[in-house]
Design a protein around this ligand. Structure first.
Ligand code: NDP
Length: 339
């Protein structure tokens, strides 16, 4: 017969994707985690959904020094319900989103049934979204919004010309296309998955180009084409995009899927006044996060979001992380962590 104590005990153990390292031996496994082992924090969140971002995949596959404390529960994003709170802004039952702030890197993350987090890191889940939809957006989609907002903040307006989105079939890229097309921009998608051209057009791209046109070293200044660009790829791609950006155009750069290098000249910046707007999502202040999420709530087409989203279970996350790094994933992977 279940007693309150038993129920409490059962709910105090949950599944989580634990990353461990001893010497050179690394492991990523779904394990039982006790609530008592969670790190300090003033809000305990019962997570419903998390997601796999590029950074999560790097951590889970041990491909980059993402994790800074071992062992670590992976997951830089989570959405769920507050279970306990000592923070004035939050009470049990509140629905919340967590993006970044080093969670899944230096503080135990959200690819788990529960997380103990700092209340200052949390954003209220907009009424417009379920936790699953919020995680379909995740850091990738919230960053896509920050990039699109950066284009407008630095002066790009509709009617100035085409906007290029690189890494188009990925998380940031696919949501950036949906946002920009919804705002009435002429969007061109750059992809390595030309077989996904119809999908990218269904999100709102008016044309699709082969990413191989941008991935090799090019001339410092090239024929002017783009009024703006959202780049999640970096390296030669970002250099070529800047070199093709029109006078006073804006390039929002947030990613490194091709590489972290930037083997460029200053020519586009000093001769064409091109603005290179760097975009970080991890440590943005609360007001910026809330504004981005509010804009996503009003402006992101839910039908397109559904088309971008694939749901997986926690036990599938490790395999999916490898696929994501291999560039095989289209759109966004939501992870159901409630099971
Ligand atoms: P995804 O893996 O979902 O998408 C990346 C896409 O980039 C791929 O789908 C692929 O698109 C393209 N790509 C992959 N490998 C290469 C390559 N070698 N050369 C050129 N293009 C490539 O990742 P996300 O969209 O989640 O993240 C994209 C980048 O943005 C990552 O580097 C991530 O770390 C970064 N990021 C940064 C944030 C920040 O705060 N600054 C926040 C979120 C993400 P296609 O096949 O269509 O070409």
């Amino acid at each position: 017969m279940p007693t309150t104590a038993n129920i409490r005990k059962e709910s105090a153990v949950f599944k989580g994707l634990l990353l461990e390292k001893t010497g050179d031996a690394f492991s990523a496994q779904v394990k039982d985690i006790g609530e008592a082992s969670l790190p300090l924090g003033d809000v305990l969140v019962r997570l419903e959904h998390s997601t796999l971002n590029y950074k999560d995949a790097l951590a889970i596959c041990n491909k980059s020094p993402i994790v800074r404390k071992w062992p670590m529960v992976a997951g830089i994003d989570g959405a769920g319900v507050v279970e306990e709170s000592n923070h004035p802004a939050w009470k049990p039952g509140d629905k919340v989103i967590l993006n970044g702030f080093g969670v899944g890197e230096s503080h135990w993350g959200c690819l788990a049934g529960k997380a103990r987090l700092k209340g200052d890191w949390l954003v209220r889940l907009p009424d417009a979204f379920t936790p699953r939809q919020a995680m379909a957006i995740g850091t990738a989609g919230y960053t896509a919004m920050l990039c699109c907002q950066a284009l407008e903040r630095f002066g790009v307006t509709k009617g100035q010309g085409e906007i290029l989105v690189t890494g188009a079939s990925g998380g940031v890229g696919s949501i950036a296309i949906a946002i920009l097309a919804g705002w009435g921009y002429d969007v061109v998608a750059s992809t390595g998955k030309l077989q996904e051209a119809d999908f990218l057009k269904s999100l709102g791209a008016k044309a699709v180009v082969d990413r191989s046109e941008y991935s090799q070293p090019g001339k410092p200044l090239q024929k002017e084409r783009w009024a703006g660009a959202v780049d999640s790829v970096g390296s030669h791609t970002l250099v070529n995009v800047c070199a093709q950006t029109r006078y006073r155009g804006v390039v929002a750069a947030c990613g490194l899927a091709q590489g972290m290098d930037f083997p460029a000249t200053v020519a586009p910046f000093i001769l064409r006044g091109v603005v290179l707007a760097g975009v970080d999502s991890v440590y943005q202040p609360l007001a910026v996060r809330e504004a981005a999420w509010a804009k996503l709530a009003t402006d992101l087409d839910r039908t397109k979001l559904d088309a971008i989203t694939t749901e997986i279970g926690l036990d599938q996350a490790i395999g999916a992380a490898g696929d994501l790094l291999a560039g095989k994933v289209r759109g966004r992977l939501v992870v159901n962590v409630s099971g």
